[in-house]
Design a protein around this ligand. Structure first.
Ligand code: G1P
Length: 289
């Protein structure tokens, strides 16, 4: 069986929920404490055994390329000033033995279209997708949990979370044929149905493992919700030929594409941060909210 070695990061979206911060800088570069969201995503992929990171970028996303490139001026300055730990921090942004590829999506035409931009690099292999604004804190990296399911089931696997019924219009929502514990065999998927129309409250969140057959399904998809090429519609097509599974992962997700989710992540990561947690807890206590 082919190993999962490649991950796609669709990072071409305009990040309108975070304007004006995202007018000129990518939302994926917003930091949670001291690390940009995209770096958390890259680290999750690396710790799940991924060897190739494929970024699908748009015009305003060059900061992401720079972040994963070497920075000789900065490194020389840190060497001159003998700031060894900072130097190590900068040099380990791209984990060892991992290659980065950058593909330009010429216009934002939806998540399905963005993923399809990676087709010529992925070729005929199963692969992973991470949406970096869904930050997931877990003991076992969420992507690793999905990859383990892929190796058992040899099928496309979607990360699932039970959400409030009132929120179904923000997610792809699935219905299932059968379940064993946290693993579901999926029957249908609909992009952002209203709470009235949604059959369940099981939402797809930003982690996927796909068989390469998804590409031909994306090619058949017509613009759907928001007039975009939706990955949800391609998954629906895929289900007609292959099994698709969903997995409720262990861990806590922060929707860092929303202001409140972003703040929650900032607080929780700061509370666990080696240098900051003590002072931050003292500060919060003094606030007496
Ligand atoms: C995308 C997908 C949606 C999925 C969500 C997870 O929506 O289209 O199916 O549930 O990501 O975060 P977006 O958040 O980009 O609007």
């Amino acid at each position: 069986m082919k190993k999962i070695k490649k991950v796609v990061f669709p990072v071409a979206g305009l990040g309108t929920r975070f304007l004006p911060a995202t007018k000129a800088s990518p939302k994926e570069m917003l930091p949670i404490v001291d690390k940009p969201l995209i770096q958390y995503a890259a680290e999750e992929a690396a710790s799940a055994g991924i060897k190739e990171l494929i970024f699908i970028i748009g015009r305003t996303k060059n900061a992401i390329i720079d972040h994963f490139d070497s920075a000789p001026e900065l490194e020389n300055e840190l060497i001159d000033k003998n700031k060894k730990s900072l130097l190590r921090l900068v040099r380990k942004i791209v984990p060892k033995n991992i290659d980065c590829f950058f593909v330009r999506q010429n216009k934002p035409s939806g998540l399905g279209h963005a993923i399809h931009c990676a087709k010529n690099i992925i070729k005929d292999e199963p692969f992973a997708v991470i949406l970096a604004d869904d930050l997931i804190k877990s003991k076992t990296p969420c992507l690793k949990q999905l990859i383990d399911v892929y190796y058992k089931k040899k099928s496309t696997v979607l990360a699932l979370e039970k959400i409030e019924k009132s929120e179904t219009d923000k997610y792809g929502i699935v219905e299932y044929h059968s379940r064993e514990d946290n693993l579901f065999k999926i029957k249908s998927i609909i992009e952002k149905p209203s709470p009235k129309k949604a059959k369940t409250n099981l939402a797809v969140v930003g982690r996927y493992i796909f068989t390469p057959e998804i590409f031909s399904k994306i090619e058949k998809v017509k613009p759907g919700k928001g007039k975009e090429i939706q990955i949800t519609d391609a998954i629906d097509g895929l289900m007609k030929d292959e099994a698709v599974h969903g997995y409720i992962f262990e861990g806590k997700r922060f929707d860092c594409g929303s202001k409140l989710g972003y703040l929650k992540a900032t607080v929780e990561y700061a509370l666990e941060h080696d240098e900051l947690s003590k002072d931050f807890i003292n500060y919060l206590k003094k606030l007496k909210i």
